[in-house]
Ligand binder design. Structure first.
Ligand SMILES: [Zn+2]
Length: 486
């Protein structure tokens, strides 16, 4: 792994998400990263002829400056708030099923293979490489139910330098006999062992406010696959460890919801099941949330839990469309998830594209594509998602869902430099991006350059792929991308 051994300075275009409604575009930005990978300072508009003076004023005359070319720009790394590492080999298969049949016929047979640690090592090496090269700098991984295989996944993530949460699935009922945990006690014991193991990989530094790169996460697969005593033990574990994140599925599919209600008759709702066991809190990541009731939306908001919107998977498994705009209007934290292999692409770019389509379908169904809204307070419900909104969900939104909004998701002094260098020049080799036309570009005004950059960002979000992701940085370290040398 090539790393930045000393401070490093980037000079070129930087696009920085600010809110659901805006991002900043700086065509001539100077951004300095310190020796531990945090952003030291940012100067927004530096004319080439003043570059040396600005560097001198910062005491950085000797520093290495990486100058970007026209058609290259820096954005924060993407955050995938929901994916399943052992399902990557299944991508693009099983789309004829809905959730419960898909689990039985496609997912569980593949996940069961991860009892073989050699298979796990080989597969996860390829999986993590692909995820990083696709521009995901922070990833919430579900492993299989196996302790050893999930330790290997954490080892690989750590060795490759990605920021991640890694959990093993808790599942002790309603799973096939060959792929189920023998008891709730075994499930909890393995979970505790995994938590200690992952925390030993990169211990928290006492003097650092920053969290370790790789962290454990509680992963009750979903309510159906966990007995009451398992959920109750996991709730106790969570309450003794407030920083421990929790990830699970919620309200993805109508058959799943009815079965859950049957299994937990005393719970007020599906969300109520997790709440009843102490698993719904400010660092819980709920994947899907396609069919929540009003009461569940209010409960999730009151607990400040986050939602991982996985539109590709929701289309592919015919689950439905999550009303993301409603959640955003409520002020619920929302990020994007690929949900491989319910989703058929490891790239958050694909989630962005399908989130856009999903929101457009919502707006068409309600006849609300224009400026009217059903309620005066509705800003996002049943409307298209704008480019700033999509960019925000993929970056800051995901960071907030993970509880990392002060550390990653955008660029600011003191935050970690988790970033992508994007290249939309023809040389990147992606035929779907009508790339840079650099005739006269250098003579454009700053305002015109900003307009070009906005256009390139939109083309990248909708037509880009890993060929356009030249470099991937996590905590200031160059960890992947098209030009990464292994
Ligand atoms: Zn999932």
């Amino acid at each position: 792994m090539e790393s930045i051994k000393k401070s490093c300075i980037f000079y070129g275009a930087v696009i920085n998400p600010k809110s659901l409604q805006s991002f900043s575009v700086s065509p001539q930005c100077l951004l300095a990263v310190d020796a531990i990978g945090n952003i030291d300072w940012i100067v927004d508009d530096v004319e080439p002829h003043t570059l040396q003076d600005v560097l001198a004023s910062k005491g950085c005359i000797e520093s290495e400056v990486i100058a970007l070319r026209e058609g290259e720009f820096i954005i924060p790394g993407f955050i995938d708030t929901h994916t399943h590492a052992p399902q990557v080999p299944n991508m693009g298969t099983g789309g004829q099923y809905e959730l419960l049949d898909w689990l039985e016929n496609v997912t569980f047979p593949t996940e069961a293979k991860f009892s073989d640690v050699n298979f796990a090592r080989e597969t996860y090496t390829s999986v993590v490489r692909r995820v990083i090269d696709s521009g995901t700098t922070t990833c919430c991984y579900y492993g299989s139910l196996h302790l050893e295989a999930t330790k290997i996944l954490a080892d690989i993530v750590y060795a490759f330098g990605q920021r991640a949460f890694v959990g093993k699935c808790n599942m002790n009922r309603h799973c096939p006999g060959h792929y189920i945990e023998p008891s709730f006690e075994d499930s909890v014991a393995d979970t505790q062992t995994l938590i200690s193991y992952i925390r030993s990989l990169s211990p928290q530094q006492d003097n650092s406010s920053q969290e370790p790169l790789v962290q454990p996460i509680l992963t009750p697969r979903f309510a159906i696959s966990c007995t009451d005593d398992l959920l109750s033990s996991l709730g106790n574990l969570a309450s003794s460890d407030p920083k421990l994140r929790i990830q699970t599925h919620i309200s993805e599919n109508k058959s799943e919801i009815s079965f859950t209600r049957e299994l937990f008759p005393s719970a007020s709702s599906y969300a109520g099941v997790y709440d009843m066991f102490g698993l719904l809190r400010q660092n819980t990541i709920l994947a899907h949330a396609v069919h929540l009731t009003e009461d569940e939306i209010d409960l999730i908001k009151s607990k400040d839990a986050g939602i991982s919107h996985c539109p590709t998977s929701n289309f592919n498994l015919s689950s439905g469309i999550a009303p993301v705009g409603v959640y955003l209007d409520k002020g619920i934290k929302v990020g994007l998830g690929t949900d491989v292999s319910g989703g058929f692409n490891v790239s958050i770019l694909n989630a962005i594209q399908n989130a856009s389509v999903a929101a457009k379908v919502c707006s068409l169904q309600t006849g609300n594509s224009g400026s009217e809204s059903s309620s005066m307070s509705a800003i996002y419900a049943n409307k298209q998602l704008s480019i700033p909104s999509l960019f925000y969900l993929a970056t800051i939104g995901g960071a907030a869902v993970c509880g990392l909004e002060n550390q990653v998701g955008s660029f600011a002094t003191g935050k970690s430099f988790d970033a992508l260098i994007v290249n939309v020049r023809d040389e990147a080799g992606n035929p779907t991006i009508w790339g840079l036309d650099d005739t006269n570009f250098t003579n454009l005004s700053i305002e015109d350059k900003k307009k070009h950059l906005e256009g390139w960002l939109e083309r990248f979000l909708f037509c880009g792929d890993d060929r356009n992701i030249e470099r991937v940085y996590v905590q200031g370290t160059f960890v992947g991308g098209r030009t990464f040398r292994r």
